[in-house]
Each structure stands twice: as C-alpha cells, then as structure tokens.
Design a protein around this ligand. Structure first.
Ligand SMILES: [Zn+2]
Length: 283
C-alpha cells in the first residue's frame, strides 16, 4: 500500500562547495540576516544539494529580515544549473536566524509553502544559527507544512556521481545544439506577450487536456508551454519550415476554450485542432 511517509527524504547531502557558499555568505553579513536558494536534486530519498546561491548585490539584509535580488538569483540559478550534465533544479532555500531561534516564523511558513508547491516532492528549507558556532538545521517541507527535521551530511563523495558530473565539450552534440536554438526561439516567441508565470487554473488545465495530448502526437511542430494562471501560452516552431506562432488559450465566460494568436486571429479549440494539429491523423 502507498505510504506517503515511506517516500519522505531521510537526509540532506551538501556538496562541499554548496556548504562553503552558505558559510561564506553568513560570515560576510554577520550579524545581519541573509540567505539564498539551493540547487540540486531529490534523489533516492535524499536531498542532494550541489549549489547554494547568495541573495545578490541588491539584496536587503537587516537584523531580522532579508529580501532577494530576484534578477540576480534567477540569472545565476539558470547559469549554474546548466553547468551540470543533469541540469540542477531549484529544490529549496536557506536563511540565517538571530541567536538560537531555529524554528520557522509565520512569514517563513508562507515562503516555505510557496517553494513546496513548486515540486511534487516538496522542498528543502534550512536555517543557520551562530550560537556561537555555525549550526545548520535542515527541514523537509511537504505542501501541508508538516516539517520534518533531517540529518545533514557534507561531502562530495556521498552525492550520486551522475548528479555531480559537470557538462563537458562532448555533450555539445548536434541534437543538443538544435535544442538550444529552438529553446531560444521559444523564449523570443514568449517575449511577444510578456506575462507572469503562475500555476494554471484547474478548470483551464482540465479543458486543455485533449489539446495537449494532440500536441504530443503531431509531428509538425515543436512546442513550448508557459502557464500564466488564467491563460496558457503555446509557442509553436515548425520543425521543417519557418512557421513560428504564439497562441494563448483561456476559458470564455461560458467555459469554452478560446485560442488567440498574437496577431489577433481567434479560433475555438475545435478549429485550432483542425487547422494547426491536422497532420497527426491524415491517413
Ligand atoms: Zn526566518
């Protein structure tokens, strides 16, 4: 029988580099609060932390609070994640607390909940105290915030070797280079209609299910999706042609899926399927 508890992580493994980054950041801002985000993987019931990112040059640190320099953190997270053969994921966060306070505040709960909601496996949240020696306390954060304290181990050899392998020149294969070009083209497409990313509305997700299945099966387009709450953006790149299209899907007042192209063209879901996804069952 499925037991959620048996799937919970049992410990946290820090690379020496990630742990050193936390120590250096704590030292630099002492006695003020600081923190950052953690990159790595949840693998074999262990949080494996490869990199820890500082909050950035424009971060605001006080004795009891700090705020990230978001642009810096997002930029550096993307750069560091891509330096590994298996790109790192955003798995959690850490921050310093004053004195010996090693519990989460109400505000911490809100942040932890946000991080836990981003991944199926929840998140990792760590607290640092200097009382007076450096002390790091790690918590597994499930979406219901039933915090679970985890033992912490520092050492590169303990981390799964396939996860800590850096990207190398031989990894730049033709296929990967094509992916990179198309990834950039998708970003350019999405920049035509800038929107905040947000989890997609459940009713819209359900209504779009058949269309997404159809997208998977058709051979004509490569595609990318961006969830923006009440709408889903779809970037289409024609594999053997020059077609590049940006669509947005949303629900009309009577709960029908409507598709808009960025040049103003408007189709119903059925029309979109017919005209854009036509190739899949042509025989
Ligand atoms: Zn806190």
């Amino acid at each position: 029988m499925f037991s959620e508890f048996s799937h919970r992580p049992v410990e946290v493994l820090f690379s020496r580099r990630a742990h050193a980054a936390i120590c250096a950041e704590t030292l630099e801002h002492h006695p003020l609060e600081t923190g950052g985000i953690l990159l790595g993987h949840l693998h074999q019931q262990r949080w494996q932390v490869l990199e820890a990112i500082d909050p950035g040059p424009a971060a605001r640190c006080t004795a009891t609070t700090f705020e990230y320099d978001r642009d810096y953190v997002n930029h550096l997270a993307r750069k560091l994640a891509a330096q590994y053969r298996q790109p790192l994921q955003l798995i959690g966060l850490w921050h310093r607390h004053p004195g010996s306070f090693d519990q989460f505040s109400g505000e911490d709960d809100i942040t932890n909940r946000r991080f836990a909601a981003m991944n199926y496996g929840g998140a990792l949240s760590c607290l640092v105290n200097l009382d007076p020696h450096f002390r790091l306390t790690a918590f597994h954060v499930p979406t219901d915030l039933d915090y679970q304290r985890l033992p912490v181990v520092v050492g590169d050899a303990l981390i799964e070797s396939s996860l800590r392998t850096p990207l190398c020149a031989a990894d730049l294969t033709g296929e990967r280079l094509d992916d990179a070009v198309q990834g950039r083209e998708l970003q350019e497409l999405f920049s035509r209609l800038p929107r905040e990313r947000a989890p997609i509305q459940r009713s819209l997700a359900e209504a779009l299910d058949p269309l997404l299945e159809q997208l998977e099966q058709q051979p004509r387009w490569r595609y990318g999706l961006r969830a923006c709450g009440h709408c889903l953006q779809l970037g289409l790149i024609e594999k053997l042609g020059v077609g590049r299209e940006l669509w947005e899907f949303a629900l009309s007042r009577n709960h029908q899926v409507i598709a808009w192209r960025d040049d103003g063209m408007r189709l119903s879901a059925a029309q979109f399927s017919r005209y854009r996804m036509e190739v899949a069952d042509a025989h």
